[in-house]
Design a protein. Structure first.
Length: 608
């Protein structure tokens, strides 16, 4: 082997749906990583089922391409704030970033979050204005927005003097001419090599490596991914793991070293300072630990991570239908799965309850926890999930504080009034409102996270599905007092059995039904929303009394409106404090936390 290739390590950062993963696909193709005749799925980097369905990147993934004798390691990072725990750590592995912004939407709050982290680390971004072929492009204004964003994030002069490329990831071209609409990505490869510095690391020092990602492999066990910070590591070399205080937590050997080539991890004999690799051989070491030569005692400083702001209770499913639809139903199985998640996802914290049957899971937001629940559901778990609640804090004077978010909303002008009114009811303060062209208005708010729980579905209804809402954790601020919750009560089944049309017909007049004919129900299950504020117990199984008298005319066939079927996120956002979502691999049901009506009354009297 004739010496290692020159190396560049970059991350691609952008807002959700600005085209980052599609651009990486094209970089693969044009660098020759994929053969011309190789069939590759579009957006190959989003390999996880949920990523494909939602069109978002959830897990950060390193990959590698070669171009003209230079090896370029690229990390495709999550663009959503809930997965920010990933982003912060990844940026410490790279020497440069490509900031991708949409030619129409421009710099969004999430762009601000990740870019702020990158600038604080001293990285010098390359700005790529993507989707320049959009009919509603506003390239020059978007560039001005990016410049203003950098200024507001205290970028230094070098960072403000950023190079710009104009690209279409889907069509595979980039250029420094904003009017060009053809070509290849060669200018982008060249700019990465020219602008991003090679890793300035000491190859002769003892081996050190900071773990930034963790996953499991059926054959290799725990696989730790990160960048070699100094020295060289060879297969079977003795190594140890240090925690953030420098304590040795385990000793072992580097049983396998894996390097990235395209989408694959391939075994290599050794890795040098600057290489992004995966390492197997340790069983305890985790994210933010330092893996090093056994002579090293000083850990690498790890990036602090923003705190969780929201928690939900994950409980053993105790409904009458428990165990019928899932295979993983015990608290031990749930605990093991959650502990495994917390190991690799540092933005999640798990606390076991005193009764051992439920776990408090704290995370960055509804989306992050929703993705975890959906993943567990697909793995065969049954769970009872509580309403999300925010994690309060206290300031230096002992006053209660709560998390606030920056909310950026783009809506058609006709809906702006409704949105402002609804946000005000949720204790949000408007910070800016201006027309954004095309009959749309852009409104900015600072809002307590507590007020935003469950608002997204209502927001989509109010804006007829055309509104876009972006949220980002801002700070902990003063507690805002009581925020009004759901206005309507619910319809509760008073027994067990199958819902039938004869009983559901009259109930439709009382509100909106969540169940259809033939669905299995149990006492305490919520079957619909009451049009009035109070809860109402009803009998959805009541059948027509049989008599010996023949009806003179045919009975009118009952025509029911199709029931309102909620997604997991909608159900979690909908429930009240005394309710739960029953999640199984086959169904999502809403129920009262206490199923017995007498026990429920007792509990509500105690609360009052």
């Amino acid at each position: 082997m004739s010496g290692p290739l020159p190396l560049r390590n970059i991350a691609i950062i952008a807002h959700v749906d600005h085209g980052k993963t599609t651009l990486v696909d094209q970089l693969f193709r044009q660098s020759g990583t994929f053969r011309d005749n190789q069939r590759v799925e579009e957006r190959a980097m989003d390999s996880n089922d949920l990523e494909k369905e939602r069109g978002i990147t959830i897990l950060a993934k390193p990959t590698s391409i070669e171009w003209n004798g230079t090896r370029i390691n690229i990390v495709d990072t999550p663009g959503h704030a809930d997965f920010g725990g990933e982003v912060e750590r990844i940026l410490s592995m790279v020497d440069g970033v490509i900031l991708l912004v949409d030619s129409s939407e421009g710099a969004m709050p999430q762009t601000k979050f990740v870019t702020g982290k990158a600038l604080a680390l001293g990285l010098k971004p390359i700005v790529v204005v993507n989707k320049v072929d959009r009919p509603d492009e506003r390239i020059q204004e978007v560039l001005d927005e990016v410049f203003d964003l950098f200024v507001s994030l205290d970028a230094n002069d070098e960072q403000l003097d950023f190079p710009v490329l104009y690209a279409s990831g889907r069509n595979g071209y980039a250029s420094d001419d904003m009017n060009r609409r053809e070509g290849t990505l060669e200018p982008m490869f060249q700019l990465i090599v020219d602008h991003v510095p090679p890793p300035a690391l000491d190859v002769d020092a003892p081996f050190t490596f900071l773990v930034t990602l963790l996953d499991r492999d059926n054959f290799l066990g725990r696989v730790l991914t990160g960048r070699v910070t100094s020295g060289t590591v060879k297969v079977n070399q003795p190594i140890h793991a240090l925690d953030m205080d420098g304590n040795v937590i385990e000793t072992g050997r580097a049983s396998k070293i894996l390097s990235f080539q395209g989408l694959d991890r391939v075994p290599v004999e050794e890795a040098r300072a600057g290489d992004i690799i995966s390492l197997a051989g340790l069983s305890v070491a985790t994210v933010a630990n330092t893996i090093a030569d056994t002579t090293v005692r000083e850990p690498i400083k790890a990036q602090p991570i923003d705190p969780p702001t929201l928690s939900m209770r994950f409980a053993v499913n105790d409904s009458p239908m428990a165990g019928r639809e899932g295979t993983k139903v015990t608290s031990r199985m749930i605990r093991d799965r959650l502990e495994r998640e917390a190991e690799s996802n540092v933005a999640i914290k798990i606390t076991e309850s005193a009764d051992k049957d439920s776990f408090e899971v704290a995370g960055r937001g509804e989306l992050q926890l929703g993705v975890l629940i959906e993943t567990m559901r697909r793995e065969g778990f049954e769970l009872g999930i509580s309403r999300p609640r925010v994690l309060f804090g206290t300031d230096e004077n002992g006053n209660r504080t709560e998390p606030y978010e920056t909310v950026l909303i783009d809506v058609d002008e006709e809906f702006a009034g409704t949105v402002v009114e609804k946000m005000a009811n949720r204790k949000a303060e408007m910070t800016d409102m201006r027309p954004s062209g095309g009959g749309k208005t852009r409104i900015s708010f600072i809002a307590p996270s507590r007020g935003l729980i469950g608002y997204h579905g209502e927001f989509l209804s109010d804006t007829r599905g055309t509104g876009i809402m972006n949220r980002l954790f801002d700070k902990y601020g003063p507690y805002k007092g009581k925020i009004e919750g759901r206005k309507n009560g619910v319809l509760i089944s008073n027994g067990a059995g199958e819902a039938n049309a004869y009983a559901l017909g009259p109930l439709e007049e009382r509100g909106i039904l969540f169940v259809g004919v033939g669905e299995a129900l149990y006492e305490g299950m919520i079957i619909g929303e009451n049009a009035k504020p109070e809860d109402l117990e009803v009998n959805p199984m009541k059948s027509k009394a049989l008599t010996n008298f023949r009806a003179s005319g045919k009975d009118d066939a009952v025509r029911l409106t199709p029931p309102k079927v909620m997604t997991l996120e909608q159900a979690i956002a909908y429930i009240d404090e005394d309710e739960m979502v029953e999640v199984t691999p086959k169904n999502i049901r809403i129920r009262k936390a206490i199923l017995d009506p007498n026990e429920r009354k007792k509990a509500s009297r105690k609360k009052d």
